[in-house]
Design a protein around this ligand. Structure first.
Ligand code: NAD
Length: 461
């Protein structure tokens, strides 16, 4: 198990000592991990900055093949990586195994994208001038990831950054640093040159990240985490006008119309709500069910939720938060609603009805296994309630009428819509939100563009 910082291809201790990493299922310490100091930060940025010109000049095919080898290594070592994710993050081994596959696919996808970076030649409308565009890597990228998908959130940033020819400093979340360190080791084994990827771990990210954003060698910031921290980082990035991508919080509506296949809707709801035990930015946060089918949907959802095995949340703070949101909101608790007596940070699957539309459960991201169910009267009511939030990451719609589903998709203020599907994440799709859920897209054809700049040459002949 790697527990030191990865700087310029070497494993080095942290200059600020170390911090413990806990197992959420037992609350016991797994190990201690290096705490990076400002001198480590400077060394990491220096290494990334020095490696950048040669990495940017490395033939795309070679960059691609390193990512491809990393993809293959992740698949070959899937069980080992999944076990580490489960250990530090607490998700089930099945969820962790699915995450490794999903995470590895970002390396494969961006291995394929690395060789397709290009430009274009346009003729200006007047006819005489030519507009020639080409793309080049932005530069040293600061990549900040959350704890909920320790592998996938890292590969979704590292993959496109490296494919584009950027070098990077990755800082994983303090609750789950071990997976990121393992990925750095795996990339080095896949042939990544020294300095191209550096990993800094710390449980005191504020000062380190603020200092990084004061360093003019950092030209790109990609952050996944809460809207609150994202807002702070955007202000810090404004100093040097750093190109920024933000994947922030969500408050996803899950709309079930009266013509929906209710069994399919419940199946989709379970994926959208319970993947990662509710700790996903794409998690269904509010169930908006047509009043004529609400009772049947609720009965079926309660029975599916009851059958779910218990799983821990990431830490004690998370349990306290979820518990408080359920308590403050009132309503009728049909299932769960109180923490179980299990060791670690367990909170049970919970279903709540009769909560007001302006309750905390409806307004705030729950980030836990709690399903509040609201009734809607018609499509207009559904869209109005769905859009009554400052967030806009994803929305889900279940209906038998695809035309109606598309109409709603156009009206819902969300970067992604799951139409009769409870899972939207896909390395080949542009993942991201509108409104306060973020800026930019990760994955898809769009993903690599976040790490590229366009230069245009004006000429005439
Ligand atoms: P968080 O904002 O607390 O932390 C995210 C990252 O930011 C971590 O690496 C953390 O160490 C770092 N960080 C925290 N405070 C910082 C500061 N002051 N300065 C610099 N860095 C700081 O979020 P979290 O609790 O780890 O993750 C949960 C949140 O992430 C949820 O809101 C969830 O919706 C969001 N999320 C979004 C997506 C997406 O793609 N939109 C994906 C996963 C999670």
């Amino acid at each position: 198990m790697k527990t030191e910082l990865f700087i310029d291809g070497k494993w080095v201790p942290g200059s600020e000592g170390s911090f413990p990493v806990l197992d959420p299922s037992s609350a016991e310490t797994i190990t201690s991990v290096a705490r990076a100091g400002l001198d480590n930060l400077d060394a990491a940025i220096t290494a990334a900055h020095a490696a950048w010109p040669s990495w940017a000049a490395t033939p795309p095919r070679q960059r691609s093949e390193i990512l491809r080898r990393a993809f293959e290594a992740m698949i070959a070592r899937r069980e080992e990586i999944a076990a580490l994710i489960t250990l530090e993050m607490g998700k089930s081994l099945a969820d962790a195994t699915a995450e490794v596959t999903y995470a590895a696919e970002y390396f494969r996808w961006f291995a394929e994208e690395a060789v397709r970076i290009g430009g274009e030649l346009r003729t200006a409308p007047g006819g005489a001038n030519r507009i020639l565009t080409f793309q080049r890597p932005v530069g040293v990228s600061l990549l900040l990831t959350p704890w909920n998908f320790p592998a996938a959130m890292a590969t979704r940033k590292v993959g496109p950054a490296l494919a584009a020819g950027c070098t990077a400093v990755l800082k994983p979340a303090e609750d789950t640093p071990l997976t990121a360190l393992l990925l750095a080791d795996l990339l080095a084994e896949a042939g990544l040159p020294n300095g191209v990827l550096n990993v800094l771990t710390t449980d005191k990210p504020g000062d380190l990240v603020a200092e990084a954003l004061r360093d003019e060698r950092i030209r790109k910031l990609s952050f996944t985490g809460s809207t609150q921290v994202g807002r702070l980082l955007l202000a810090q990035a404004a100093g040097h006008i750093v190109k920024s991508s933000m994947e922030l919080g969500g408050n996803a509506p899950f709309v079930v119309l009266e013509d929906a296949d209710l069994d399919a809707a419940v199946e989709g709801a379970m994926v959208a709500k319970m993947r990662n035990h509710g700790q996903a930015c794409t998690a269904a946060n509010r169930f908006l069910v047509h009043e004529s089918v609400a009772e049947e949907f609720t009965t079926k959802l309660v029975s599916a939720m009851r059958a779910m095995p218990s799983a821990p949340l990431i830490n004690e703070r998370a349990v306290t938060n979820v518990e408080a949101k359920v308590e403050i909101s009132g309503g009728t608790v049909l299932l769960g609603g109180k923490r179980t007596g299990q060791p670690g940070f367990h909170y049970p699957p919970t279903v709540v009805t009769d909560v007001p539309r302006d309750s905390v459960l409806a307004r705030e991201e729950i980030f836990g296994p709690v399903a509040p169910i609201f009734t809607i009267q018609d499509d207009t009511d559904a869209v109005t309630f769905a859009n009554a939030t400052e967030m806009g990451l994803v929305a889900y719609v279940y209906t038998a009428d695809l035309g109606r589903g598309f109409r709603l998709s156009e009206q819902l203020e969300a970067g992604m819509v799951g139409l009769n599907r409870g899972l939207v994440s896909d390395p080949a799709a542009p993942f991201g939100g509108v409104k306060e859920s973020g800026l930019g897209r990760e994955g898809g054809f769009e993903g690599i563009g976040e790490y590229l700049e366009t230069t245009y040459v004006a000429t005439s002949w």
